[in-house]
Design a protein around this ligand. Structure first.
Ligand code: ADP
Ligand code: MG
Ligand code: ZN
Length: 503
């Protein structure tokens, strides 16, 4: 399917209009059981094996609220500087879809558990932008439908659909921003930075792994344009289920360009949901957006209201971890790195591995060097996150210690890491098995140096004649002869010494 959409250039769009955004982020909580029943939330089980009368919506079944779900919601609210409701209820959001066996979603409507907060996010250049939060509310996920037999995996053209209710009832927290104004041309960057920071907060709270690639966190991007100087918002589009940080930024950018083209040609924006397409960063029309009243929200009669005791809320507030931005600034100073380096470390998912490696005894610069160099490259090649590599921070710290002790040079250390990643054992075992110690025996080194000089007389003469740079070739010969196991700096010293040249 190719849909050509008219786009205004980004610069021209911003020259005439101010973007306004609203971000709705769904986070799947990492609770052991579902929000209203005792079914497991573990991923990867056989279809429909984690279901019960309650999450299948059988007559006579009754829901019970998951206390950890409520606690997680309050923690998220507090971390986002929200007020926590003294008393609130769940509501039924009524609509039909086969992946929702009750024919309504248990959600919250006008009585969210948390409201009126903000999250400060740091942009690439260090500037801090405050995103205001309207509310964070509790709800449940739907089941999963798989449309079979069509070309696109969509329901159109499918011969039949399969339903898996394992996901139905998994707790979700939906976090909704107030309209984000004043970001101008940086709106897409702000959107991405907000989702990134929110993900860090969620991870720091340890309430979800918040993996966007696993659908544990997904974002709807609402966007509208208004001419410069106009107060009133334009009509918004809502791009649904955007599932990577980069896509959030691209979706916002695309919609700015699309809206501008429509408005400039005298058209008007339809309030609708849109689908985002990874392949080319475009969006296409979804459904005309229902109004809230179409859902016939009403208070859930089967659940008691949630009235968290103030003492409990204060206890949770006191137990909040250091917030990611504060922690990052602290680590940046401790490690002595620039804003820009810290951003790269964050983007690479290397903050925690580096901290753990330092905790295991490695100097900060060594820990940073290995995780951001060799290991980042490996993770990239294998399409894995750093913390999914088969090497532990303690093992990286051991490699760093061997380098510091002069037992390994960088080249050998890389081979040790390669061995650990390949499952050959811990660093000491790999050193042993592959015979990777630095040759520090001066006798053996001297012999290798003499041999290299004897075999390369012409080069040796050049060096004697004052061309010290030519020593590189001899160092190379010695490294080759020792299979990379010599200390290159020491080899160079020895060569110059032998040839009677000052270094
Ligand atoms: P819905 O359930 O219809 O998606 P919500 O109120 O839950 O509505 O979310 C709408 C989101 O879009 C919120 O983040 C809100 O701040 C934002 N928003 C509302 N109106 C506009 C607008 N005209 N342009 C951009 N964003 C908007
Ligand atoms: Mg919405
Ligand atoms: Zn169940």
């Amino acid at each position: 399917m190719t849909v050509t959409t008219d786009l205004e250039s980004y610069e021209d769009a911003l020259a005439s209009y101010d973007p306004v955004m609203g971000l709705e982020v769904h986070v799947e909580l990492g609770t052991k059981t579902k929000m209203f029943c005792g079914c497991s939330t573990e991923l990867g089980a056989d279809a429909n094996s984690q279901t019960c009368p309650t999450c299948l919506g059988m007559p006579g079944s009754l829901p019970v609220v998951n206390a950890i779900g409520v606690e997680s919601a309050i923690k998220i609210g507090l971390a986002l500087h929200c007020e926590i409701a003294e008393w609130c209820r769940f509501a039924r959001k009524n609509y039909f879809y086969p992946d929702m066996p009750k024919n309504f979603q248990t959600s919250q409507y006008d009585e969210p558990i948390a409201f009126n907060g903000y999250l400060d996010v740091q942009l690439e250049d260090g500037e801090v932008f405050r995103v205001e939060i309207e509310r964070a509310h509790m709800e449940e996920d739907t089941g999963k439908s798989t449309h079979v037999g069509g070309a696109t995996g969509r329901i159109q053209g499918a011969s039949h659909s399969l339903l898996d209710y394992n996901r139905a009832g998994i707790p979700l927290i939906e976090i909704v921003t107030k309209p984000i104004e004043g970001a101008g041309e940086r709106a897409p960057e702000v959107a991405k930075a907000y989702v990134a920071e929110l993900r860090e907060v969620i991870k720091a709270l340890d309430v979800s792994e918040a993996r966007m690639d696993k659908g544990q966190m997904r974002c709807d991007v609402n966007l509208s344009l208004r001419p410069h100087g106009r107060e009133e918002f334009g009509t918004r589009s809502e791009t649904k289920n955007v599932n990577s940080l980069r896509s959030v930024e691209r979706a916002a950018r695309f919609e700015i360009q699309r809206h501008a083209a429509v408005l400039n040609s005298g058209g008007s924006i339809v309030q609708e949901t849109r689908h985002f397409h990874e392949e080319d960063g475009s969006t296409t029309s979804g459904r005309i957006k229902d109004n809230a009243e179409d859902y016939r929200y009403f208070p859930e009669p089967d659940l008691v209201p949630v009235a968290p005791a103030r003492a409990w809320v204060e206890e949770l507030r006191a137990g909040l971890p250091e917030m990611p931005r504060v922690r990052r600034n602290r680590l940046r100073e401790e490690w002595g790195v620039t804003e820009h380096d810290m951003q790269s470390i964050l983007n690479a998912g290397a903050v925690d591995p580096i901290v753990a490696t330092i905790d295991a005894g490695a100097p900060a610069d060594q820990a940073r060097k290995w995780w951001m160099g060799e290991l980042a490259r490996n993770a990239n090649e294998q399409g894995k996150a750093l913390d999914e590599l088969s090497i532990t921070p303690a093992q990286v710290a051991r490699v760093a210690a061997l380098v510091a002790a002069g037992d390994l040079n960088d080249k050998l250390a890389r081979q040790v890491i390669e061995g650990v990643l390949a499952g050959e054992g811990d660093p000491d075992t790999v050193v042993e098995k592959r015979g990777l110690k630095v040759v520090s025996d001066e006798g053996a080194l001297t012999a290798a140096v003499e041999e290299a000089i004897a075999g390369n007389q012409a080069i040796a003469d050049k060096i004697r004649g004052g061309k010290v740079a030519a020593a590189g070739a001899l160092v190379g010969a010695v490294m080759k002869a020792t299979r990379g196991q010599a200390d290159a700096a020491r080899v160079k010293e020895l060569i110059l010494e032998k040839l009677g040249v000052e270094g």
